[in-house]
Design a protein around this ligand. Structure first.
Ligand code: NAD
Length: 250
């Protein structure tokens, strides 16, 4: 158990599953009190406070932030992690699906950060970490809408970092590669031979395996923590080398 987050309060969206659950656990292990915002708060295993929040609903987000501030007294760290997937080329999804995914994956992060800013401004250790993706940089086939949403998160992260730098609020992103979470489990379960599909997926990764949710959580903890006090506006890749080595998914 660490102490780097002792006395601090973190909000983790999508913290009831996968990467978000690993982030919530890691921040609590570091001494933070953690509020999870999720559509399924009852599934949150690592939370001091689990709140039913839909990041696509501004009133729900604002009520959630006020509930955290009233219950836990402060907000120091926001991890904007909730997100959904979308498959296909630009022809695969109609406008309403584009609006839905961008509403959750991009505006969802704006809403939570906007509602939390008044509290973050009062924190001596304020940090926002946004979960982007390798899709923001790699040009993945058949992921047009998802990639557009995560590319927007990358640009949003840099813009927010610039806007809030002098307020003492750092804003960074993580770019996970394909990570072993229930999300990927659901995709594999729909294949004719899930075990073979999983082996093929692992073989396509640069380091021959999926990224673990704990590895992403460790990167988020670094970016949210005191050791990254001079780091803002970056996207930290946790992808087996895909982004920095300019590797292409096979
Ligand atoms: P997951 O499906 O296991 O968990 C996502 C969580 O977000 C769920 O608990 C879900 O209930 C919650 N959520 C979804 N929509 C929400 C909403 N509107 N409001 C509140 N909560 C909502 O997914 P994961 O694999 O852990 O992915 C988490 C994040 O990581 C996402 O932003 C995703 O785009 C990103 N990511 C995942 C991978 C991967 O391979 N798994 C790779 C790169 C980036």
């Amino acid at each position: 158990m660490g102490t780097e987050f002792s006395g601090l309060v973190a909000v983790v969206t999508g913290g009831a599953s996968g990467i978000g659950a690993a982030i919530a656990r890691r921040l609590r292990d570091g001494g933070a009190r953690v509020a999870v915002f999720d559509l399924r708060p009852d599934d949150a295993e690592h939370a001091d406070l689990a709140v039913a929040v839909d990041v696509a609903d501004d009133a729900s987000v604002r009520a959630g932030i006020e509930h955290v501030a009233a219950s836990l007294g402060r907000i120091d760290i926001v991890v904007n992690n909730a997100g959904i997937g979308a498959q296909g080329t630009i022809e695969a999804n109609a406008d309403d699906e584009w609006h839905r995914v961008l509403d959750i994956n991009v505006l969802g992060m704006v809403r939570v950060a906007r509602a939390a800013l008044p509290y973050l401004r009062r924190s001596p250790a304020a940090a926002i970490v946004n979960t982007s993706s390798i899709a923001a940089t790699a040009g993945l086939p058949e992921r047009a809408l998802y990639s557009a949403s995560k590319g927007a998160v990358a640009a949003l992260t840099r813009a927010m970092a610039a806007d809030h730098l002098r307020e003492g609020i750092r804003v960074n992103a993580v770019n996970p590669g394909t990570a072993d979470t229930p999300w990927i489990g659901r995709l594999l379960a729909s294949a004719a031979d899930p075990a073979a599909e999983r082996a093929a997926l692992e073989a396509r990764q640069p380091h021959g395996r999926l990224v673990s949710a704990d590895e992403v959580a460790e990167a988020v903890a670094y970016l949210a923590g005191p050791g990254a006090g001079s780091t803002t506006g970056i996207a930290l890749a946790v992808d087996g080398g895909m982004q920095e080595l300019r590797l292409r998914p096979a």
